[in-house]
Design a protein around this ligand. Structure first.
Ligand code: PEP
Ligand code: MN
Length: 344
C-alpha cells in the first residue's frame, strides 16, 4: 500500500508514519515528489491490510492510503510519477536526451577497445560498452578477458571521458566489476538471478537490467523491484528482444514494450537492436524504430572489423555503419522529443 502524505506534511509527521510502519515489521520507502511525499509500505501485509489501511489513514499528516494491486511498487509510476533521471559522469539517462551506448560485444584487446572507443565517441556515443565476462551459449566459445578486460575498459574511460558499462554475471564478481565500471549490466540470462539482483542493489552504481528473453513485462519489472528494494534506485531497463516462434531474427524485438514500460514505470528504457535482431543490416531500422516509440536510448555493438569478432560477429556494426545509424537516429529523436511525456 501507499501512504500519501498531505501537501504540507511536516518532517516529524513523515517520520511518525515511517516509525509506525517499522513497528509493524514492514519497510517504508519514501518518495519526495514535486508536490507531496508518498511512502510505500513494503513487506508481507497479509490479513492485516484492512486494519492497517484504517490505522495509517488516521496518522497526522496522512492524506490518503491506497491499497495497490500491482506486485511491483517502488518502480511503479503510482509511487514515483516523475521520470527517474540517472547521472553517470557526464552522461544523463532519462532526461529526454538520447543515450547511446556503443562498443564491442567483447573486449578483445586494448587496441580493439581503444580504436572502437575513439570512433564511437567521435560519432556521438555517450557511454562505452564492452563485455569482459561473457555469458556464452557454448562453453567452448570465447569467454571474455575477465579482469584484464575491466582494466582496459577503465583505461578507455580515462582516454575518452566516456563512462563504461559491462556485464556482471555472478554475485562474487559484483565488487570487482563495480570497482572498474560505471554502470553494471545484468544480462538476459540472469534477469531472474535473485541473489545477483540483490547484490547489485547494494552497490553505488547504476544497473542496466536486460529483459529476460522469456520474461513478461511484469516479471521484468519485478526483477527491477529486487534491485530498487535492495537500496539502488538507479535502474535502467533494456529491451533486447524476446524468444518467439520466429527464427529469421535472433530474437523478436518487442517495440511495444517501450511505451508499456514508459507507462508503468518511471525508470528509463533503452533498446538493444543488436541482440534483438542478430543481423547487422537490421540494427539501423530497429534503432530508429525504438527511438521513434520513445526509448531513452540505444545500445549497439560496434567493432573495428566485425567479421573477425570473437563474439556476435554477424550483428556488430563497423564504424561507418555506426555513423550511418547515428545519422538516421538523431533526427528521429529530435522529432519525437516531447511527444511522449511521463507516463504517456
Ligand atoms: C551483451 O549485451 O553483451 C549481452 C550478452 O546481451 P544479452 O544479455 O542481452 O544477450
Ligand atoms: Mn553480444
Amino acid at each position: 500500500m501507499f501512504v500519501v502524505m498531505t501537501v504540507g506534511a511536516s518532517e516529524a509527521e513523515i517520520l511518525g508514519v515511517k516509525s509506525r510502519i517499522l513497528a509493524e515489521g514492514l519497510t517504508p520507502f519514501d518518495h519526495v515528489g514535486e508536490e507531496r511525499t508518498v511512502i510505500a509500505v513494503v513487506g508481507e501485509i497479509g490479513s492485516r491490510r484492512p486494519a492497517l489501511l484504517e490505522e495509517f489513514a488516521r496518522l497526522p499528516g496522512v492524506g490518503s492510503v491506497t491499497p495497490i494491486s500491482r506486485p511491483y511498487k517502488l518502480v511503479s509510476r503510482e509511487f514515483h510519477p516523475e521520470d527517474t533521471v540517472i547521472r553517470v559522469l557526464d552522461a544523463v539517462i532519462g532526461d529526454g536526451s538520447l543515450t547511446v551506448m556503443a562498443g564491442p560485444c567483447s573486449v578483445e584487446s586494448k587496441e580493439q577497445l581503444f580504436e572502437t572507443a575513439d570512433a564511437v565517441k567521435a560519432a556521438g556515443a555517450t557511454i562505452l560498452r564492452g563485455g569482459a565476462f561473457k555469458p556464452r551459449t557454448s562453453p567452448y566459445s570465447f569467454q571474455g578477458l575477465g579482469v584484464q578486460g575491466l582494466r582496459y575498459l577503465a583505461e578507455a574511460r580515462e582516454r575518452t571521458g566516456l563512462p563504461v558499462i559491462t556485464e556482471v554475471m555472478e554475485p562474487n564478481q559484483v565488487d570487482i566489476v563495480a570497482e572498474y565500471a560505471d554502470v553494471l549490466q545484468i544480462g538476459t540470462r540472469n534477469m531472474q538471478n535473485y541473489s545477483l539482483l540483490r547484490d547489485v542493489g547494494r552497490v553505488a552504481r547504476p544497473v542496466m537490467l536486460k529483459r529476460g528473453y522469456g520474461a513478461t513485462v511484469e516479471e521484468w519489472l519485478m526483477a527491477a523491484e529486487y534491485i530498487v528494494s535492495s537500496g539502488n534506485p538507479n535502474v535502467i531497463l533494456c529491451e533486447r528482444g524476446i524468444r518467439t516462434f520466429e527464427t529469421f531474427t535472433r530474437n523478436t524485438m518487442d517495440l511495444a514494450a517501450v511505451p508499456v514500460i514508459n507507462h508503468l514505470t518511471h525508470l528509463p528504457v533503452i533498446i538493444d537492436p543488436s541482440h534483438a535482431t542478430g543481423k547487422r543490416w537490421l540494427v539501423k531500422p530497429l534503432a530508429v524504430g525504438g527511438v521513434a516509440v520513445g526509448a531513452d536510448g540505444i545500445m549497439v555493438e560496434v567493432h573495428p572489423h566485425p567479421d573477425d569478432a570473437l563474439s556476435d560477429a554477424e550483428q556488430q556494426l563497423d564504424f561507418e555503419g555506426f555513423r550511418e545509424m547515428m545519422a538516421a537516429v538523431l533526427p528521429v529523436h529530435e522529432q519525437v522529443r516531447g511527444l511522449y511525456g511521463p507516463g504517456a
